[in-house]
Ligand binder design. Structure first.
Ligand SMILES: [Zn+2]
Ligand SMILES: [Zn+2]
Length: 151
């Protein structure tokens, strides 16, 4: 026990500020090395992580975000943009190729199955989702009426 106390006395405490709320905290060197000792509480850790994640997602490749595995691009001036101002990149690429806006029922298929691979030669336009599934995903699960179960 005395040995333990001796060790404790030797550890130098370092004054820091919580990264989230700036409250003064005391920590020791080894904790900082472990990536700890930056926050006053678990609450502040979660807060910081949430904020960091949001910023990271927003800034991903400059104005691109992921939604359900699809890349969305920030284009608030597009007529089909979401309320947040985003549009699916593969639809946008197809529109650029076609030189017109896509109809709502038109579907852009990813030839190699990779939803994030929006190179134009990986994209194929279908007039409707049923045609898209019939031609491209015939093994896709169907409901009891034979309709494709969309994911
Ligand atoms: Zn804090
Ligand atoms: Zn498809």
């Amino acid at each position: 026990m005395s040995r333990y106390n001796y060790k404790m006395r030797k550890v130098k405490r370092i004054r820091k500020n919580c990264k989230t709320c700036k409250t003064e905290i005391f920590t020791i060197k080894s904790r900082i090395r472990d990536g700890r000792g930056k926050f006053c509480s678990q609450k502040c850790v979660s807060k910081w992580l949430a904020k960091y994640k949001k910023e990271k997602a927003f800034n991903w490749k400059g104005g691109k975000v992921l939604s359900n595995g699809y890349i969305m691009i920030y284009k608030p001036e597009h007529p089909k943009a979401s309320p947040q101002g985003y549009i699916l990149e593969h639809r946008l690429k197809m529109e650029e190729k076609m030189g017109r806006y896509l109809q709502n029922e038109e579907v852009v298929h990813h030839i190699n199955g990779d939803r994030r691979d929006n190179r134009i030669f990986n994209l194929k336009l279908h007039k409707s989702n049923s045609g898209h599934f019939r031609e491209e995903h015939p093994d896709f699960p169907r409901d009891y009426r034979g309709r494709f179960i969309s994911t």
